[in-house]
Design a binder for this molecule. Sequence first.
Ligand code: GDP
Length: 423
Amino acid sequence: MATGQCTVVVGCQWGDEGKGKIVDVLAEDVDVIARYQGGANAGHTVHVGEEEFILHQIPSGIIHPGKRCLLGNGVVLDVLQFFEEYEALAERGIDLGGRIGVSERAHLLLPFHKALDHASEDRASEKIGTTGRGIGPAYEAKAGRRGLRVADLGGGERMEKRVHEALERARQRMGGGPDGLESEVRESLKLAERLSSLATDTGRELTEGLRAGKRVLLEGAQGTALDLDHGTYPFVTSSNTTSSGAGTGVGIGPTAIDSVVGVVKAYTTRVGNGPLPSGFEPEMDQHIRDLGGEYGATTGRPRRCGWFDAVLARYSARVNGLTGVAVTKLDVLDTIAEISIAVAYSTEDGGSTGEFPADTWSLESVRPRYETHPGWQADTTRAKTLADLPKNARAYLDRIEELTGAPITMVSVGTERTQIILV
Ligand code: GDP
């Protein structure tokens, strides 16, 4: 398997690539799993036997007995959601003792951030399509140097004063805000006190662990096209989802990371607003959405679907410095007669480009140049090796590898942990 001692798992499309499943498979061989950015807007779904776990805030590695799971400083921590998941996992018999650590430097996401998220999305002329979980406002407060962090908990009067100011500022921005906001904030902070017992310096812990020979997985949320700097701005999330965000988001240097696995779906999906160049016509859109169960794990929103976009995949491979690619949901295409890949974009001026453009709005007018491949129209869900796959499925993967420019190291052919081909 092309992973090293310290591996980043990063989404290479618009999120929802099935990172949860890939992290779940790779988690088997590591000691520590750490989330490096995002908040409770990321929904990882992991299937183990009959059981389904949907985790938004706690790393999905928690389902593996004995592994240590960390939330890095780059994460915004939704206190209510965190403890809801914590209790739910405990109720389902998962032993959590000493297994979860939260960065002292992680920012708290409090109820007024959610209220602000709703208020600003309601008022915006150009909607981002946020999940309404308060992520944007929490990162805004962080960059605006008025955020509240885990290390501030137990800060007595100083903390009180800063919470009060943050609440007042939020109220001013909203022109009031919902009833009961203050008591919700009090509730969250009372709960947040419990976080102090889980607080750790994730950078130090990981560095010491790596020195001692431990293996580490750094888990990203969302995907490259949603990265604050490298994605389809402004239809992006408020953090660096790409692999370089991993070091910053947990507190280790880039030299500590030795492999980067990029996760791509065998086709493309996008939830929220913003252009999707290789998007299907409505009928096919609905067909693939149903076959792939493409509805958001956090919000239940239908995802828009399209053909595999090699322009984006190649861009992602470069931006993330991929050492390996994990292709997921190959089985979703099992019944499709002809499968296209977007290999370049035709531009409005009659030209053509293989580069993913910085001008997001130009993505609305580009027309993908497709290459069409015969489908395999056979069941792939029981394949254990590449050789078990139909010839056309192998050819499709070979072409994805060639166009993306990074070696395929894993292929997922179903929701189950065991439905994975390790190349
Ligand atoms: P993530 O946020 O990137 O982890 O993606 P989601 O959890 O939103 O979406 C992944 C969904 O696809 C989950 O329901 C997974 O169980 C499912 N999934 C993952 N890999 C595969 C696969 O290879 N085939 C199929 N059919 N489903 C998969």
